[in-house]
Design a protein around this ligand. Sequence first.
Ligand code: FAD
Length: 367
Amino acid sequence: MSYSASFWEKDSFLKPYDLIVIGAGIVGLSSALFYKRKNPSDRVAVLERGFLPQGASTRNAGFACVGSIGEHLADMSKESEENIKVRIKRRYEGLELLKETLGEAAIGYDDCGGFEFFRSEDTFNKVAPEVDRFNRWMKELIEEDEVYSTGQMQGYPIIRNRLEGALHPGKMMEELAGKVSGMGIDIKWNSRVNEVSDSGEVTIANGPILKAQKVLFAANGFVQRLLPDLDINPARGFVMVTNEQRHLPWKGIFHHDRGYIYFRNIGNRLLIGGARNLDKDGEQTDQFGANETIKSHLQEFVSEALEFGRDWGIDYEWSGIMGFTSTKTPIVKQLDKHRFVAAGLSGMGIAIGMEVGQGASEMITAA
Ligand SMILES: Cc1cc2nc3c(=O)[nH]c(=O)nc-3n(C[C@H](O)[C@H](O)[C@H](O)COP(=O)(O)OP(=O)(O)OC[C@H]3O[C@@H](n4cnc5c(N)ncnc54)[C@H](O)[C@@H]3O)c2cc1C
């Protein structure tokens, strides 16, 4: 006789769940946390395919940011001002929710400020006149005065955002996972979901079929594998960290080229990433890996623009997978009686991931 679950297992571990969340990234874990707060006696599980979260939440740059003016201006060529304002406010409030829920110390938060870095005076001169407008917006949106100011750093023009900061994504996710487990939610690692039926049957690779009243897809850049019709495309992001520098003048988080390149310090090391725009089609993939064109562009940027010269090395490099919607607005919706989705964080998940999870939990509770 083949392996089958025992009576005891079916009456304990395998009992039907009220909610199963697919994906233990910031969105999946936050959804489970806020749902359980509202529904303390419900049985909840989070299923994660990896030994760790294996998408973007532990593999990002740790920018706690609302986006640079250059990024917003680029978005404004495709979207309305009103959309941009909504997004800035959402990012700001999402970060406040994250800090309040997990605690600044626990997530390694550093209110170091954010800087938009310009390699040329010409580009700076196109963006700098917008500072007054964005300061008026910030006053209107979040009641903060003089958020942006212009200045110089290492001889380069910059625009500073005094409210941005950096955090430690590993510590953030460890804290969040700890809180979620502490509430009695089962986090099942190494549990890849292969299929979810419209009656709420969840098939795990090499594992049992679990039953749930409600199932939330929070698999972001991988969600199309389970729900091919969703308007969410994968996008790979590449990051590297240099060896320790004797003197690193770049302290804080830095945005460049409409947000496509980003860098920050980790102690005396430099983290740099991005440049996905150099090969957007090639990077529309959910496979981890490095693109040599992008990597050498970033290396050259460090050597030339940041003036590291040739005498530096890479100690760490990795990639992460994001999920982008065509509008950059995440998709949070009910698909049918049992199935829901919260995905498509469009590269902003540190800022808005917890708030998206909170919204998803309210939608599921109300359904
Ligand atoms: C290189 C890089 C830098 C970034 N920098 C920043 C930044 O500085 N600031 C910022 O705000 N955002 C940043 N982001 C974006 C941010 O990290 C993401 O938006 C956010 O982590 C998305 O969270 P999520 O929970 O939706 O997805 P994820 O964290 O990707 O979680 C989805 C989870 O689902 C799991 N999964 C997938 N398929 C299955 C399956 N079939 N069964 C079970 N589990 C499954 C995955 O393994 C994964 O753990 C960056 C992203 C990258 C890649």
